[in-house]
Design a binder for this molecule. Sequence first.
Ligand code: NI
Ligand code: MN
Length: 226
Amino acid sequence: MNLTYLGHSSFHIHTKGFNIIFDPFISPNSLASGIDIKNIKSDFILLSHGHGDHLADAEFLSKQNDSTIISNYEIVSWYESKGIKGHPMNHGGKRSFEFGTVKYVNAIHSSMLPDGSYGGAPGGFVVWNNEVSFYFAGDTALTWDMKLIPITCPKLDFAILPIGDNFTMGYEDAVIASDFIQVDKIIACHYDTFGYIKINHDAAIKEFKNAGKELILLEPGSSLEF
Ligand code: NI
Ligand code: MN
């Protein structure tokens, strides 16, 4: 499995021959200016919630690549009204896709769509197949519900957690989240993109190190192999 950071909360995962994009917000992000969305391949696009900093490029990518959007019922319906195909889910449900199983899990946040439409309730995703298992938290506070993930899903290899504070949990709470989900390898997202979420990288890394955990801050465009 290969993971590429596309900036903010956006990731490209390549697994079992499929290209999966999470929360594409690339073309408006000056920190991701080196990434050209015309070169991004996507079979599936997973959207955690309706905010613009998570779906800005979803329509372009899904039309360019004939992708399927996987999100909550309200967001998928909104895209279907634009002629884009989707697969709707809701909290606590899991479903097998060609690339693996997806479970839509709870997040504490909000979810209005860019035109003011109701975006349903926000969520995160746990994704697993026979080569990897990981949790993409989306935008969320630290929540007790995270304790359900190791009870209901296969053991996680890593998790992608927001650490930028203000709109989501900060890195101190993300350390507690990593305990709740029983993971020692965390890939950071939702930091530095805007003024409110600029963080001290060294302090964040140290906070995780002190808990015996690894926090990975990727440069947009860089990749990891699992
Ligand atoms: Ni948000
Ligand atoms: Mn956000």
